[in-house]
Design a protein around this ligand. Structure first.
Ligand code: SAM
Length: 208
C-alpha cells in the first residue's frame, strides 16, 4: 500500500539535508528568489518548507520567515536550524492550505518543490493569493512537465510537473500580475540506463 505522504516526509526529515542534490537545487532557487527586491521590513511564508533549505537562506534578508508544512518532523528540523540563526526571526506552523486559509498575511510567499505533491493545488494557489498583502510577491519553484519518471519511488506526487503556459493562466485567473518564468536549475538523472535532464522553473508574480 502506498505510504501516506506526510509519513513519507516525516521519515525523510532527519536525513533530508544530507542529499547534496537537494542542497544544490535549493541554493539555486533561493539565489533566484533573492533577486526579488526583498528588504528587512518584509514577512515571508515558505509553504511546503521542509527543513527550510530555501526559506532559511532568505531569512537574513527579511524581517520574519514563517515555515509552513504538513510534516511535523520537517518543521522540527527547520525550527532547530532557525534557532541557530543570529537574527532569530523564524517560526513554524503546521497547516494545509488545501484545507484552510492562512491566519496571517505576508509580503512574500515562497513554495519550492512542494506544489507537485498537492492534489488540490488550485485551492492552495488561491490561498497564497489570499495570504499576500497588496503588491506582495509569489515565488514558486517546481518541475517542468515530465513523463512521470522523475520520482523513482512513489512519494505521493500528484502532478508530473507543470506546463508553464497552463500555470501562467491559472495564476492570472486568480488575479496575479507580473508573472515571469525562468529556468533556475536542471536535475540530471539516469533512468533505466538513460540520461535525463529535468528542468526546474521559478515563477514569480505579484498580487494586484
Ligand atoms: C520535496 S519537499 C520540498 C521541501 C523544501 N521546500 C525544499 O525545497 O527543500 C516537499 C515538502 O512539501 C510538504 N508538503 C506536502 N504536501 C503538503 C501540503 N499539502 N501542504 C504543505 N506542505 C506540504 C512536505 O511535507 C515536504 O516538506
Amino acid at each position: 500500500m502506498k505510504q501516506n505522504l506526510t509519513e513519507h516526509f516525516d521519515q525523510a526529515a532527519a536525513n533530508w539535508d544530507k542529499k547534496q542534490r537537494r542542497v544544490r537545487l535549493a541554493h539555486d532557487i533561493s539565489t533566484a528568489i533573492g533577486r526579488l527586491p526583498l528588504n528587512q521590513e518584509m514577512t515571508a511564508m515558505d509553504y511546503g518548507c521542509g527543513t527550510g533549505l530555501v526559506g532559511l537562506a532568505l531569512a537574513p534578508k527579511l524581517k520574519w520567515l514563517t515555515g509552513v508544512d504538513t510534516s511535523e518532523a520537517m518543521l522540527s528540523v527547520l525550527a532547530e536550524k532557525g534557532a541557530k540563526l543570529s537574527k532569530n526571526n523564524v517560526s513554524t506552523r503546521l497547516l494545509d492550505l488545501a484545507l484552510a486559509s492562512s491566519p496571517e498575511q505576508f509580503d512574500l510567499v515562497i513554495c519550492s518543490m512542494a506544489l507537485h505533491h498537492i492534489e488540490n493545488m488550485d485551492k492552495v494557489l488561491a490561498n497564497f493569493f489570499a495570504a499576500l498583502n497588496p503588491d506582495g510577491y509569489l515565488a514558486v519553484a517546481d518541475l517542468d512537465e515530465e513523463d512521470g519518471s522523475f520520482h523513482e519511488q512513489d512519494a505521493g506526487e500528484k502532478h508530473n510537473g507543470f506546463d508553464r503556459q497552463k500555470l501562467q493562466r491559472k495564476l492570472a485567473d486568480i488575479g496575479f500580475r507580473d508573472i515571469h518564468f525562468q529556468t533556475v536549475h536542471a536535475i540530471d538523472k539516469s533512468i533505466d540506463g538513460e540520461q535525463k535532464s529535468f528542468p526546474i522553473f521559478l515563477v514569480t508574480a505579484r498580487k494586484s
